[in-house]
Write a protein that binds this ligand. Sequence first.
Ligand SMILES: Nc1ncnc2c1ncn2[C@@H]1O[C@H](COS(=O)(=O)NC(=O)[C@@H](N)CS)[C@@H](O)[C@H]1O
Ligand SMILES: [Zn+2]
Length: 482
Amino acid sequence: MVKTKRERWHNNFSEWFDWILDRAEIYDYGRYPVKGMGVWMPYGFQIRRRVTDLLRKLLDETGHEEVLFPLLIPDWMLAKESEHVKGFEDEVYWVTHGGLEELDQKLALRPTSETPITYYESLWVQSYKQLPRKFYQIVSVFRYETKATRPLIRVREISMFKEAHTVHESFEDAESQVKEAIDVYRKFFDSLGIPYIISRRPDWDKFAGALYTIAFDTVMPDGRTLQIGTVHNLGQNFTKAFSFRIQTRDEKFDYPWQTSYGVSDRVVATLIAIHGDDMGLVLPPDIAPTQAVIIPIPSQSEEDSRKVLEYSRGVLSTLLSSGIRAKLDDREDTTPGDKYYYWDAKGVPVRVEIGPREASGNTVTIVRRDTLEKRTVPLSEAVGSIKKTFDEISAYLIERARKFLADHVSRVSSLDEARKAINEKGGVIEVPWCGSEECAVKVMNELQVKSLGTPWPYERAEGTCPVCGRPAVTYMRFSRQY
Ligand SMILES: Nc1ncnc2c1ncn2[C@@H]1O[C@H](COS(=O)(=O)NC(=O)[C@@H](N)CS)[C@@H](O)[C@H]1O
Ligand SMILES: [Zn+2]
């Protein structure tokens, strides 16, 4: 099986990533005169829309209700939960004027929406009988990121931010919601062929205002990890802060329990990064805006070229009527080779080549974008063969991605082994951990890594903590991160 090259993709990942966003016309970044903000271009937006449609489907079928809250949050509201406002204070954008008038209270551009949503839940919900409620919105949130901004990966306007917020009558109910959220994310990332590890973030790194945070991380082609989704059990922190009490099952009054969970533009960044190769995007067929592109190959004789074009039009309508998102590239001013280059960069999963041989033989030649494999089949089998190829590509992409991730998670038992693994392979190292923060901090300082947290679900570790020698209770994961 011929495989497409991935040298540049691997060795100059961030240069490749910037190149492909432009070459495949995904996202125009760096030219917009506000740092950390970019423009979704038409093709990129089609990919984004298919990704958010998938997310909406998974949320709607698990009892979530889509809502839309105001962008501006008054400062007193954002400040209600002290941990939360402390955690976000150096990231919040503020609106201070309306026209020439100074506002009597400054307004935050939402960095996330726990505060307005809890405020409204306290107006909408009075009794446990109304619970659970699961809301979500897909909006822009704004964070004045001080670390290096990068297109889609670390932006200041997070324009594809899906935030879900749920409210429950008990801690146990909130705990089962955390599990449901994790399952929704598993299905979501699995459908996109994105592999992940799930960790419970260490307490010193949890979401501001949460009891604890569960995170989905993946390893990018350059070996650094990217946090692609998070689930938080918020306990009663926000409901207490907003004096939001409900009538409980035992006829008393108490504060309800909440969770929140989010994904963002990073999902599209990961989709591009994980499956790409030196020629550009490689898209899983389910979310590819165009799944098959037909390229007519002209010949010397006018007559033959006309036949090829006519036959290609027939193939196009056959594919379209079978539900395949197909396109015919019949541009006259472009050579077949340039067309291959153009559509390969856009990651179209299947190319259908049609020359005089196919036109006269009533066949089509199908080329896979991921492995470049070619096969010629009779027109009567084209639809079946192309749909089977889509399944083969989806299976190949997730398998290749999962193997890459597995190859970049190293379980070690000494600091030397850890240093070797992180410096040579990058990715994630799993170190037996005694449970004390100072041992984790020592590893972070020694190896210039950050902690990702401990395996979720919990996993007992063998051996002893390589820093203090005490018995390990679980593994602590470390990586170099975006
Ligand atoms: N600057 C950023 N650019 C792109 N994506 C980001 C950025 N900051 C965070 N994210 C993504 O957004 C997800 C949710 O953000 S968060 O802070 O962890 N969690 C929340 O805001 C909670 N309210 C759940 S919605 C993160 O897991 C990460 O994947
Ligand atoms: Zn230790």
